[in-house]
Design a protein around this ligand. Structure first.
Ligand code: ZN
Length: 307
């Protein structure tokens, strides 16, 4: 988790988290505990990855329906995660996030990581430690809130492999396109709400053409999975999109002074964020076509504990 001290721009924000982020560290620091620590680590079945219930109503996906009373034994960041995914019925015990079937995923592995190591070996505490900053037009150096993901956590929720993820996908009408999106955590319902609201603004329609969503694949040039693999991520029109590597040829993960470019109207971003999505345009390593359902990080869930 020491990557945080390498992030001067984000440091002030992260100071707010330090007590909670480090105070709960336990002895579970061995490398084997880095991801899933139970026997289920390599055998998370598709059934276990399925949503706990299909009976959830359209309005239940916000955390407000499952807000839990603050427990001082639970780190604030863990509580935020628990509240953000009410359908999962998560609990926290002894530095682990626990699923109802007993699968335990370590919260803070206690490892010291460089920024790049953190991207490839991200625990839940790493994932939540960076503030998603909506106040800056241009993201600060290495400010990438939500870009790193705990693969164990997302595979457990959305599916451990392509076939398992596909079982949870449904078709969502996206401005005349039929996009596959996961029903887990009500992400499909949230995407429909985004579509309904954007549709009220005809001038935004051109940005929705040729969108894409599910695609099981690793991040280009990396071993970790793209967020598109889980079915809760959409890329809107590439024609109006900018990507950090397109505009900064040859740049590396820690290259300073990346040139920032964006043509996606703020109105679109605000609507997505309102329904629990985060925007890749808020990352130092920007990807302005990219929106993913991340209610534990998105800023509009005002009933969640403040980061
Ligand atoms: Zn994308």
């Amino acid at each position: 988790m020491n990557y945080r001290i390498l992030l001067p721009v984000a440091f002030a924000a992260l100071l707010l988290n330090c007590n909670n982020a480090t105070g709960q560290q336990t002895d579970n620091n061995d490398a084997a505990a880095a991801t899933v620590s139970s026997d289920a680590s390599n055998s998370v079945s598709s059934d276990a990855s399925a949503p706990a219930s299909d009976s959830q109503s359209a309005n239940d996906v916000s955390a407000s329906t499952n807000a839990q009373t603050a427990d001082p034994a639970i780190p604030a960041l863990a509580q935020r995660l628990i509240n953000a995914y009410p359908e999962q019925h998560l609990t926290y015990t002894d530095n682990h996030i626990v699923f109802p079937d007993g699968t335990k995923i370590v919260f803070d592995d206690g490892k010291q990581k460089s920024f790049e190591q953190m991207l490839d070996d991200c625990d839940i505490e790493d994932m939540l430690s960076m503030k998603y900053d909506t106040s800056e037009k241009i993201p600060g150096y290495l400010s990438d809130a939500g870009r790193a993901r705990s693969e164990a956590f997302f595979k457990k929720m959305y599916g451990n492999n392509e076939a398992a993820v596909r079982k949870n996908l449904v078709k969502v009408n996206w401005f005349g396109q039929s996009l596959l999106f996961t029903k887990v955590n009500g992400a499909d319902i949230q995407l429909k709400k985004v579509a309904d609201e954007i549709a009220k603004h005809p001038e935004l329609r051109k940005y929705m053409e040729q969108s894409s969503s599910f695609y099981w694949r690793p991040v280009r040039g990396a071993k970790r999975l793209s967020a598109h693999s889980y079915g809760m991520t959409i890329d809107i029109c590439t024609k109006y999109s900018n990507y950090w590597l397109w505009s900064n040829k040859g740049a590396g993960e820690t290259t300073k002074g990346l040139k920032y470019e964006n043509r996606i109207p703020e109105q679109i971003v605000t609507i997505f964020e309102k329904y629990g999505f985060i925007w890749g345009g808020r990352w130092y390593h920007y990807d302005t076509m990219h929106f993913e359902y991340r209610p534990e990080i998105a800023p509009q869930q005002s009933d969640l504990p403040t980061l």
